[in-house]
Design a protein around this ligand. Sequence first.
Ligand SMILES: *Cc1c(COP(=O)(O)O)cnc(C)c1O
Length: 408
Amino acid sequence: MPAGSRPSLDDALGRDLAEVEAAGLWRELREIESAQDPSVVLRGREVLLFCSNNYLGLACHPEVVEAARLATARWGASSVSSRLVSGHMTVHAELEDKIARWKNQEAALVFSTGYQANIGVISSLTGPGDLIVSDELNHASIIDGARLSKAATVVYRHNDLEDLERVLCENRGAGRVLVVTESVFSMDGDLAPLADISKACRLHGAWLMVDEAHGAGVFGKRGAGLVQELGLESQVQVHMGTLGKALGSFGAYVTGSRTLVDLLVNKARSIIYTTALPPSAAAAALAAIQVVEREPQRAAGLLARATSLALALRDAGLEVPNADSQIIPVLLGDAARAVATADKLRARGFYVAAIRPPTVARGTSRLRVSLMATHTSQEINSLRDAIIDCALDDSADTNTAAKNGARA
Ligand SMILES: *Cc1c(COP(=O)(O)O)cnc(C)c1O
């Protein structure tokens, strides 16, 4: 194309954005002007937060905050280098040691984010000629890791064991086979049938990787995750989890055999070519794991209240497909309706996320309610009443509301 006929950057991107807006999928940043514990200041107004992954309230826990403060004073504000150069400090080693013991594994490796952990692990373990078998609702970071690996990827229907078996049978000729699933699904809150999945993997000689981003801290005795709760620690070869959700810090880990960790140190580009987790985040995560182990009642109370909220919303006539975890999906169908309902809830003082495509499939836009152990029963009850009111009230022109909400 001759240079003169090329559109300017702003013209071209403006057209891209117009398409996003026309589809009702406009996204924007909303500024939180306070800590997330669990009422927040949003544009000068106090609202109750029901969309944070701070499930156990640990991001603001005094022991966790103090650990971060002390680590900053002792080790500095940054790790300043890759783990492979000078960025691997004693705080990282202590955290990895703790994670391996917590998860009953030989070794652990901390990554700077869960996104980086997933792309690094999947692309290091598999390559051309291999096969990645992935649940259709797996997180974007798993999908991107599979793309980077250049292995063939086959997606099986969500939590559908028969479909997983079919894929494994149809691909007997593949090289390495890596099955990847989340334990607690991020946008649906339902649980993977891990016992059956691990059995199928064993039968077919496939390796199993489980992403516990939403399971760690909440499930399992000592909060080590759903894999531990189900007694499957030795059946899963690659355990991945994040430090930035229930653990209230930042970063992620992969744990398993010493060989797995050695391989990742040598091959995972997302750890070799990136700055190590800051000392404060490592120390905060370590303190958070100690709280989780010491206070199992936090997670137990959270799950009990989440189940009763999910069932109450369902009883009121809303579509709540499961009551399995701290993540409660309230299916509303089209994107405009989800956005309009979230706008109405915000106006009433409840901050709940509207989740739309491409994060979820078309026609399954929803509210994603996430509870925190620090919400009071009274706060949860008032949320319940507000959701029932707002979601079942279809009198408003949802299209106009969505547009105004998006632009307000
Ligand atoms: C959040 C999330 C990640 C990414 O973790 P970050 O530390 O936020 O990068 C990976 N997998 C799942 C399932 C997640 O929900």
